[in-house]
Design a protein around this ligand. Structure first.
Ligand SMILES: Cc1cc2nc3c(=O)[nH]c(=O)nc-3n(C[C@H](O)[C@H](O)[C@H](O)COP(=O)(O)OP(=O)(O)OC[C@H]3O[C@@H](n4cnc5c(N)ncnc54)[C@H](O)[C@@H]3O)c2cc1C
Length: 478
């Protein structure tokens, strides 16, 4: 519950201009943004130092942004195209103001990160060329930004978990109560509090409450520390929940991934093969759209339609392609066999059914130019489900099978915010002094997810929130 300024219970009390809760890309951008705008910021991070960096540290941290034709040979990608892509993938449900701001601010935020020393490389193949990733990945990105904060003498308090907002009598947020190794600490903030502390994906009770009973056993891809306190404490202070609380981001994972903090164990090459369920039957149009626009929803179909476990099958024609390895970090070796009958035996799938599935699929493959960089229309005819693009017969042994499942990365539900990262009250007005950035923001993603959008969201809105909170300090009388 929110506490009043000066309420009993805190062993210590400190004053800053801006308190940032959470130290992934959103929190780091917020703290750097507030500092460059002249505010005295502090960052509180629940994890100990070696585990700082939240989900961001587990990610490749690929970022989508508008750009001119680039050094990697990719065509121009405009802010309007990015806007259209993000709105289309949410079926028009995302908040247009938030998406517009994200798309309009992404390119200059990339430049801002570059000025801190981030070096970039080309993103994963076959994504239409709109993304980059830091050469050092998400871990390198957060380490670099923490070093920049340290260089600016911004204090970072590790193992410090925010638990309750501190309110003034008029309902404005003036600080946050935290639990630290030194006990309960009140951090007061004249400019406000920026919640950048992730979603509720690591909280099994909230997962089941909002996503459903199946969600208790999902593999957690990222940080164990994102357990939803930011959302809970904001709503306890009147913040409006917003966005799709019943859905989440996930990916098609190697089913052998560790249960918690497994990192990048996703198969991003499934469009080169076919999925079969435990009965050896196809159930997904693997070539429906670019991988970036299907991996989240396919992972949920594996959970919902295949009982949480399926197989991705490939032959040597796929396996020998250079892109195959670039789009897969193996957790273990694939199952491999000279015949489909042997493969079926090894993976415990009925052999006759698998042979029948593959024979029907192979017979349905149509001619055309195979091109993974575009929706090549080289599909199947006469089978259900079809494979709409990139269909090649599976006939080049030895055959490979990788066990797949769906995991959870972050949750879609969050707080209602405006494009200035200010959190809305259920009554409609903004809550003075309360900001959100990154995963705690709702209204970006619905049912599906446009690849490479979350890290850039954290950077864009973290920076905005930092500037806004700093401006609020400057605007105070006296
Ligand atoms: C394996 C993997 C791969 C991914 N790949 C990509 C990708 O390539 N591109 C992309 O755009 N997205 C990707 N994502 C998603 C993306 O990484 C995250 O959604 C994004 O980085 C979230 O940033 P954030 O700052 O909002 O949250 P986080 O980086 O999760 O940071 C939140 C921080 O808040 C802290 N915290 C939590 N509760 C409290 C509390 N009560 N008090 C204080 N601190 C608290 C946590 O410890 C954590 O450090 C990937 C995620 C994973 C796990």
């Amino acid at each position: 519950m929110p506490v009043a300024r000066g309420a009993p219970g805190a062993a210590q009390r400190f004053e800053f201009d801006v308190v940032v809760v959470g130290g992934g890309i959103a929190g780091l951008s917020a703290a750097l943004g507030a500092t460059e705008a002249g505010a005295r910021a502090v960052l509180v991070e629940k994890a100990p130092l070696p585990e700082r960096g939240g989900n961001t540290r587990f990610a490749d941290a690929q970022m989508r942004f508008p750009h001119e034709p680039d050094e990697f040979g990719h065509r121009r990608y405009t802010a309007d195209e990015m806007y259209d892509d993000l709105m289309r993938i949410s079926s028009g449900r995302a908040n247009p103001d938030l998406i517009r701001t994200l798309c309009d601010r992404a390119a200059d935020t990339i430049e801002w990160l570059t000025a801190f020393g981030v070096e970039w490389e080309e993103g994963y193949p076959h994504t239409a060329g709109y993304r980059r990733m830091p050469k050092a990945g998400g871990q390198g990105l957060v380490d670099l930004l923490y070093r920049r904060l340290e260089g600016l003498s911004v204090p970072v308090s590790y193992q410090t978990a925010a638990s309750d907002l501190i309110l003034d009598p008029d309902g404005s947020v003036c600080g946050v109560r935290c639990t630290s190794p030194e006990g309960v600490v009140d951090l007061e903030a004249a400019g406000g509090v920026i919640l950048a502390c992730g979603g509720f994906q690591a909280n099994v009770e909230m997962r089941v409450r909002y996503l459903g009973r199946f969600a208790d056993s999902l593999i957690l891809r990222g940080s164990r520390y994102n357990t939803g306190e930011g959302l809970t404490m904001a709503m306890a202070a009147g913040a409006a929940p917003a966005g799709q609380w019943g859905d989440y981001h996930s990916a098609v994972l190697d089913a052998r991934s560790p249960a918690v903090e497994c990192g990048v164990t996703a198969l991003y090459n499934y469009q080169m093969g076919i999925f079969v369920d435990s009965r050896g039957r196809r159930f997904i149009d693997e070539g429906e759209d670019f991988r970036d626009h299907t991996y989240v929803k396919f992972s949920k179909r594996i959970i919902e339609e295949a009982g949480g476990r399926a197989w991705c099958l490939f032959d040597q024609r796929a396996y020998q392609r250079e892109e195959f390895a670039r789009a897969w970090r193996p957790v273990g070796p694939p199952f491999e066999a000279a015949t489909l009958t042997d493969l079926a035996r090894d993976i415990g799938v009925p052999g006759e059914d698998l042979l029948e599935t593959v024979a029907a699929y192979n017979a349905a493959v149509q001619g055309g130019d195979y091109d993974l960089d575009r929706l090549d229309g080289k599909g199947t005819r006469g089978i259900t489900p079809p494979k709409s693009n990139w269909a090649l017969p599976l006939d080049s042994p030895p055959y490979l099978a990788i066990p797949v499942t769906g995991g959870i990365t972050f949750t879609f539900g969050g707080l209602g915010c405006d494009a200035r990262a200010r959190v809305r009250h259920t009554a409609g007005h903004v809550i003075p002094g309360l900001y959100a950035a990154g995963e705690p923001m709702g209204e970006f993603f619905y049912d599906n997810y446009p690849g490479a959008s979350s890290v850039i969201r954290g950077a864009v809105f973290g920076r905005i929130a930092g500037h806004e909170a700093a401006a609020r300090v400057r605007a105070r009388p006296g």
